[in-house]
Write a protein that binds this ligand. Structure first.
Ligand code: ARG
Ligand code: ZN
Length: 859
């Protein structure tokens, strides 16, 4: 079954007030819902009321207080006929139903994790809790009564404000929560169980006092400080940058160890994967600290972009996700505290986009940031909707300026606060607030694929003219030209050319620059101003110039990536010139260490694949490895010196500058181990043992494992016993082993992975654990996964089929692992095809996995 965007119809009924009374019991939770039903925008007298419901045991239905027997129950809905006065005026529907949280392994709806109750309703999980108009354009005011045994669930939380608490007979108690803001069902949440919190009171711009809480299992209380600091910083940032204030008296974050995604922005009650809440220096890496800051920011920012203004339907998902990712990226960039820090953040974001989103846009699941069709909405929480969506929002800011963008945001809230709207509404606010015609910009919402822009340049020595010709071509046939903002600058020794913004709107356009004293070096798409692929054959000398001196840090990094990529794809080792350029960069005392680390990190295999017409994964792996080994060896004096210089003595701090030093130091360590593992293992073991933080301890362990050091085994065992009780750290232990590349003379990684799957600490129903072993191997370890005998693919097929009945979302994510099968050379391609066919042959696939596999096979 397929859903289409153009088939959207407003609802025939809507809800005013919703009262839920939920008696929590893991085996049998009773939900009584009272719905005030009103005629909706598409009301037609006499039509039945159809409510969605899934895996519910129906108990009773009453209308306006009387038992009602004119209804049909279907597996996924209830259809209610003979409504009072044919539904013309408000009436009350009361439904009682039962669900079984302890059996819910899909982690959608109401479920149990480690004895506590949690919910996940986005996108369509609310229908697993009670019968409802489970669609985002039905917004209602909720009052929620939670009941539970007090000893089992001392804490009872839901959205909004706590208005009442009460002891009940037989050891039960109850709490009543009221959310003053109308909301769609996907933002509903409840949490109940044995949890504790840290709290803080802050005063926001209007002078109002707000209570902030972070709820976790008691033993994790000492890992919540960073999340709280991040929340406070987010609240201040949104007021300062966008004038948006927290609208509730209380804002809660709850951490849960079993969670499908990163986190969820439920109104006033954000629920997070523990991975994005818990941190302390001994157990979390710099990357973890940064991710927590960004995810806490992301969910908080949704309070305005997502909750106050929400989506009309799920095709509009990027309206809230693209915008909110853009906001969290800007928040994190500002938190870096310097221009070079901002650039580092930008490079990291672009790297993610290219490694994950470009392949998606070129593969069988390609879709515009606003899809036109889906079979299962859960498959569309994609890097395209999120990350490319954020790039599209960023382009408005590039075209309109930071102030123009802010005007657009202000108008968007002025027009749409409290509404469920579309991507056109956002575009219209941006256009109208700035008096701009953005009609052509709409193509970014409707056309899939990464656009390509061909660059041709011509310099006329005699006339001192430089002519730049840009030609855009789209990845798919019959597409309209995009509106592409390209920041550019001509670099000359005179240094008199300023940065400019070119707007490429035609298929082909030329620009003439006058009085250019010498043949310039072109720096284009600076800061990655548009999410495109540049077809630009720039010679090595120009790339070296850009790599050593472009004033745009992104393009400086980019030139280095291009150089390395060309060498690797041609299977060449770096020559003397390139080594010299690397050396100069490493020795430059004025350069940010974090930037150096990024500049010396080679393009990922996934990105290299996309440059090839036919991928031989083992060839690419060995070419990349050989190139890296050459940098490691030729620059070993510099690496050894940096290893000493980049030490960060004293107390650990996760700030950008310290993290940058650690990242460069640990790159140096990994280069030294690559150059000569026998010589440098002792130093790595020393770092492993004496580190006062997880970044350094994990980096040392990883270096030992990846380079096949003889000390790897003993350190791995030590790591496991040190952190046995810390699930998130044990995830790292699993992931490290599953991500190990092939090592000559050592058994294949797959053998380790099979053993890890049987490990006593491996759990098939915990998404984090599954991802740390299975996804890490199948989607994060290309050289070990792509074996010519097809063993990796057979393992993949088996894992997809095993996971699907437990958790379709986790299985469907893994199913994406063979999306790009058509890109591979033989024998890989045929073996991938066989694995896809094997999964497709199952008669019991979920809609989630079915969609992914059938689209892959149809490509
Ligand atoms: N809205 C959440 C976020 O991006 C993601 C929730 C998606 N959950 C799901 N089951 N599809 O912050
Ligand atoms: Zn989001």
């Amino acid at each position: 079954q397929s859903f289409r965007r153009l088939e959207y119809r407003p609802p025939n009924f809507t809800f005013g007030k919703v009262a839920l009374d939920i008696a929590l019991d893991p085996a049998r939770t009773i939900v009584k819902s009272s719905l005030e039903v009103l005629p909706g925008p598409e009301f037609k007298p006499g039509e039945p009321l159809v409510l969605q419901g899934q895996e519910l045991e129906f108990v009773s239905l009453r209308i306006n207080g009387a038992a009602h027997r004119h209804f049909e129950l279907n597996p996924e809905s209830i259809t209610i006929h003979s409504l009072p006065n044919e539904g013309r005026e408000a009436f009350m529907v009361e439904i009682i139903s039962i669900c079984v949280p302890e059996k819910n392994t899909s982690l959608m709806g109401l479920y149990v994790s480690n004895g506590n109750f949690f919910t996940q309703c986005e996108a369509e999980g609310f229908r697993k809790i009670t019968y409802f108009l489970d669609r985002p354009d039905v917004m209602a005011r909720y009052t929620v009564t939670l009941r539970a045994r007090e000893t089992e669930c001392p804490v009872l939380l839901s959205n909004g404000n706590l208005i009442h608490k009460e002891k009940l007979p037989n050891g039960w108690h109850s709490a009543v929560w009221e959310d003053p803001f109308p909301k769609p069902s996907y933002l509903f949440a409840l949490v109940a169980g044995k949890l504790e919190c840290i709290e803080e009171t802050i005063t926001t711009g209007s002078g109002a006092k707000k209570l902030l809480q972070i709820w976790v299992e008691p033993h994790d209380l000492n890992k919540t400080r960073h999340a709280m600091d991040s929340l406070i910083a987010s609240i201040h940032w949104d007021e300062k940058r966008y004038g948006l204030e927290l609208d509730l008296e209380r804002f809660m974050i709850v951490a849960v160890g079993d969670f499908n995604m990163g986190a969820m922005e439920n109104k006033g009650l954000n629920i997070f994967n523990t991975k994005y809440v818990l941190a302390q220096p001994e157990t979390a890496t710099d990357a973890d600290f940064a991710n927590i800051e960004s995810v806490v920011g992301h969910e908080y920012f949704h309070n305005w972009t997502g909750n106050r203004v929400t989506c009309q339907d799920w095709f509009q998902l990027s309206l809230k996700e693209g915008l909110t990712v853009f906001r969290d990226q800007e928040f994190s960039a500002d938190q870096m505290g310097s221009e070079s820090g901002r650039a580092v953040k930008r490079i990291e974001d672009v790297r993610t986009l290219r490694q994950l989103q470009f392949p998606e846009d070129a593969g069988p699941m390609a879709h515009p940031i606003r899809p036109d069709e889906y079979q299962e909405i859960n498959n569309f929480y994609t890097v395209t909707v999120y990350e490319k969506g954020a790039e599209v929002v960023r382009m408005y800011q590039t075209l309109l300026g930071v102030d123009g963008f802010r005007k657009g945001m202000d108008l968007y809230f002025k027009r749409h606060d409290g509404q469920a709207v579309t991507c056109e509404d956002f575009l219209a606010a941006m256009a109208d607030a700035n008096g701009r015609d953005l009609t052509q910009f709409k193509n970014w919402y409707s056309q899939a694929g990464t656009p390509r822009v061909k660059v041709e340049e011509h310099y006329n020595e005699a006339s001192k003219q430089y002519v730049l010709t840009l030609t855009q071509s789209s990845a798919k046939v019959n597409q309209q030209p995009f509106h592409i903002p390209l920041k550019m600058r001509l670099l000359t020794s005179g240094d008199d050319q300023k940065e400019q913004l070119l707007e490429l709107t035609q298929e082909k356009q030329s620009w003439t620059f006058e009085n250019i004293s010498e043949k310039p070096v072109l720096s284009i798409n600076r800061g990655f101003s548009a999410p495109i692929i540049l077809d630009f054959v720039q010679d090595e000398a120009d790339l070296l110039t850009l790599f050593s001196s472009d004033d745009d840090a992104f393009n400086r990094w980019e030139a280095g990536q291009k150089l390395a990529m060309q060498f690797i794809l041609d299977n060449r080792l770096p020559g003397a010139q390139l080594i010299a350029a690397y050396r100069t960069l490493l020795l430059d005392p004025d350069l940010d260490p974090a930037f150096k680390e990024l500049a010396m990190t080679l393009p990922a295999e996934a990105y290299l694949y996309e440059q090839c017409a036919s991928v031989d994964p083992q060839n690419i792996y060995s070419a990349r490895r050989a190139f890296r080994h050459a940098i490691a060896t030729e620059l070993r004096m510099e690496w050894a010196a940096l290893y000493q210089q980049m030490q960060t003595p004293g107390d650990f701090s996760p700030d950008g500058v310290s993290a940058g030093k650690r990242s460069l130091k640990n790159l140096a360590l990994s280069m030294l181990l690559d150059a000569d593992v026998a010589i440098w293992s002792a130093m790595a073991v020393n770092q492993y043992q004496n580190a006062n933080n997880m970044t350094d301890r994990y980096a040392a362990l990883s270096g030992l494992v990846v380079n096949g050091s003889k000390q790897a085994g003993i350190c791995l065992r030590d790591f496991y016993s040190r952190f046995t009780d810390d699930a998130l750290v044990i995830d790292k232990w699993f992931a490290l082993q599953a991500s190990r590349p092939p090592i000559a003379g050592v058994e294949p990684t797959l053998v380790d992975v099979m053993r890890l799957r049987e490990h006593e600490a491996f759990k098939l129903n915990n998404p984090n654990r599954v991802r740390s072993v299975i996804h890490a191997f199948c989607m994060g370890n290309p050289a070990s996964f792509h074996q010519a005998d097809g063993s990796g693919y057979a393992f993949w097929a088996d894992a997809v089929l095993t996971l699907d009945p437990i958790n379709p979302q986790v299985a469907a994510r893994l199913a994406r692992g063979l999306d790009r099968w058509r890109l591979f050379a033989e024998p890989y391609q045929s073996k991938m095809h066989a694995a896809l066919e094997k999964v497709a042959a199952s008669k019991t696939l979920s809609a989630d996995v079915r969609e992914v596999i059938s689209k892959a096979l149809a490509s």
